[in-house]
Each structure stands twice: as structure tokens, then as C-alpha cells.
Ligand binder design. Structure first.
Ligand SMILES: [Zn+2]
Length: 258
């Protein structure tokens, strides 16, 4: 009974495929391009995302967490928000998490906390963040530095206007053109084992000795089975209302997720 029902289904499958192949949507190259792009970036639908925020209030970590939560929830992610780094020691949460977003500028991380975070990432959880909340925190923790790919050291000139140049072709920056932003231009010590997706070039205006230095603004990295994503913009989380920055941020979250 069951098998004859299965055979009956076959003509319908062919009919469905034929209708799909003939549909006008498929003849549009724009649609096709969009579907290819979606395949390259994992979906966030049904994924477990943990946002951990705190640290130096100047970076408005709560506002960043709210914005990230809104973007992630709109993609169908199950978002958990925590103000405590102790959540990294919760084995159940950490073994089920698909993406961890950190916004925790200039904080300290405990031995058990970093151990839980490192283990989750090594096992395949993504790790992502922006600006000082991600690459200027846990400064004296080697394990964290080893994971994230770059460490902030200065922002010469304070908040200034500068260009962000998109490099090459990557699903995270796909369709994004070079753009101008006004924020801190992060100067960092960079891990050679990162993939750079966007850069900025320093002038010598504030510090003449860095004139012409090209610095990553967006990068990815692999750590164990986990994927790392960072964007150095975001001194003010409202910078992610700019379409280019927002697109890179959400695409980065998607890319890094398990
Ligand atoms: Zn800042």
C-alpha cells in the first residue's frame, strides 16, 4: 500500500519540477543571484544565539545588544540575552548555542568563563561582534586574543570621517560598495591568520608615522570548528542603521553561525 502510493507521487514530482523550471521568476538573473547568495550564507532561522553585553558604558552595550537582538530575531533566530559572563560556564547553554555575540568593552574574563567560551567555539559555535565590545576587551586574556583576530590599540584623531573599502568577493560583503562613515578609525594589532573583507587607510593627520597604513575593518577567522566575524565600526551602535554597515553586520552573524 505504502509503496504504490510512493510510485503514484512520481509524476507529480516531475510536474512540480517542470512548473518550477518554466516559472518566470527563474528566468530573472537577479533572482537567481539572490538565491545563490542565500545558499552561501547559513540561515539564522531556528538557530540559538546568545548575546552577552556589558563593560564600558561609553560604547552603549545595551543599545548594541538591542539592535543585534532585533536584527537576529527578524531572521528567525532564538535569541538569549545575558549581562553576565557566567553564562559561558553554563554547559547546557554553551553546547546548544550556534552563535555567540559579544559586546563587552574593556572587561575582564574569568578562568572558567573563557574556558566555556573557548570550548563552545572550538566545537563549532560562531563568535561575532563589533568595535571595542569585541576587539577591545579581555585585554589580558591570551586565549581570547588567540580567537578573535585583532586587538585594538588606538583610534588616532578620535571620531573622524573616513572611507571603508570592500575587498574582493565574499558573501558577507556581497553587493556592498565602498562607503564613508564617521566614527573612530580603529588601529589594531592584527593576526595574520584572518581573512580581510574590508579595509581603511590612515592619513598622517593625527599621527604622521601611520600615514598610508591599511587596516582591516571587517574580517573573519576560523578557530577550531567555529567561525569568527568582526566589524571594527560601531563606536555608537546607531552606526549600524547605515545600510552598508547593517548589511555587513547581519551577513556576518549569518556567516559565523554554526
Ligand atoms: Zn569606541
Amino acid at each position: 500500500m505504502r509503496s504504490s502510493f510512493k510510485y503514484l507521487q512520481i509524476p507529480f514530482v516531475f510536474l512540480a519540477l517542470f512548473v518550477l523550471a518554466c516559472s518566470p521568476q527563474n528566468s530573472s538573473p537577479v533572482r537567481l543571484e539572490a538565491s545563490v547568495q542565500l545558499e552561501e550564507l547559513p540561515t539564522l532561522k531556528g538557530k540559538n544565539v546568545l548575546i552577552v553585553y556589558g563593560g564600558w558604558p561609553g560604547h552603549k552595550p545595551q543599545l548594541f545588544a538591542e539592535k543585534a537582538n532585533k536584527l537576529l530575531s527578524a531572521q528567525g533566530a532564538n535569541v538569549t540575552v545575558s549581562e553576565s559572563l557566567d553564562i559561558f560556564t553554563d554547559a547546557t547553554t554553551m553546547s546548544n548555542v550556534d552563535l555567540i555575540v559579544i559586546s563587552y568593552t574593556m572587561a575582564k574574563i574569568g578562568k572558567e568563563q573563557i574556558k566555556g567560551l573557548e570550548k563552545a567555539v572550538k566545537n563549532g559555535a560562531g563568535l561575532a561582534g563589533a568595535h571595542g565590545g569585541f576587539c577591545d576587551t579581555f585585554r589580558n586574556n591570551r586565549e581570547y586574543q588567540y580567537m578573535i583576530g585583532a586587538q585594538f590599540v588606538a583610534h588616532p584623531g578620535g571620531e573622524i570621517e573616513y572611507r571603508v573599502n570592500i575587498k574582493g568577493d565574499h558573501p558577507i560583503t556581497s553587493g556592498v560598495k565602498d562607503f564613508t562613515t564617521t566614527t573612530e578609525q580603529y588601529y589594531m594589532h592584527v593576526d595574520p591568520n584572518i581573512e580581510v573583507l574590508a579595509t581603511t587607510t590612515f592619513t598622517g593627520e593625527a599621527d604622521e608615522w601611520i600615514d598610508g597604513a591599511v587596516m582591516p575593518v571587517v574580517w573573519t577567522k576560523v578557530f577550531g570548528k567555529g567561525k569568527i566575524f568582526c566589524i571594527a565600526l560601531g563606536h555608537d551602535p546607531n552606526e549600524f542603521d547605515q545600510p552598508e554597515a547593517q548589511k555587513i553586520l547581519i551577513n556576518g552573524f549569518r556567516w559565523a553561525s554554526r
